[in-house]
Design a protein. Sequence first.
Length: 289
Amino acid sequence: MYGGLFKKRSRDANEPAHESASSSLQGASGKPASFAFPTPALRTVYHYPSSLPFPTVMDANFPAESYGSRSQDVKAAIHWGQRKLLLSEIQLLSLYARPNITYHIVYAGSAPGTHLAFLDDMFQRRHTWELVDPGQFDRPVLESRQNFTLRNEFFTNATAYGINARRLLEVLPGLGVIYRDVAVDRAGVAKKELHEQLQSIVGTIDVARGTEDIPSMYESRLDIPIGFELLCYVGMERTKPLLFVSDIRSGSVSLPNFEDHVAENMRAQECWCQILQGEYSMLKFRLPY
């Protein structure tokens, strides 16, 4: 447990100072330059006891604190996005996926995906991966893997319906053709104008983050007859089970409507879960504050 303040150790009196360091502290006149640094406020930091199992569910008994913005705090933690994703994906495949079962994993917002090669090797390249993202994939790492499919495009309702149709065509071709006509063709008729505008920069790093417009916006599900839709989902149980992972994020914190991006992204993910009906789904989650 730390007070939130980290101090550099004091230099020993007999320890020689580095020449580069001493020269950098000289002003234009050759005199030592003076620096004024703000003194960080002491803050109590609470750590979850390492003697307890790592929590995966926060119930009513989980310790709670009132919310306070940390935007002005000096943070000692380092955010490694690829490692964070890797740990959560290991958890999904180890604690939730059935052992010794081959899954088809649909991953929206998966670029660059550098860590996925390591994850794939951890599970003996057992699963097939369908990575969908308009951003830049780490192709030297991923492209040579036969069990990976890279799709440089925005994930939409039409994408989800298309995946369902393809899975049905593999096991029940007749039903798959009807589903494709009923769902995919109807969902793909009106391609978003915004996606057309961004098409020229698909495959670059910040496709979805630099615009106030919201590429990953909620679209309502198609009104498919419930009996037919249920029949199709039963049919899809004959093919490889599906896991859905989403790490989509459009917009940037610097944009004035960033919270609108977050809300629409959350609603879009919910809809894709309802369409795909995966065995499990792991989603990007952020509350609107």
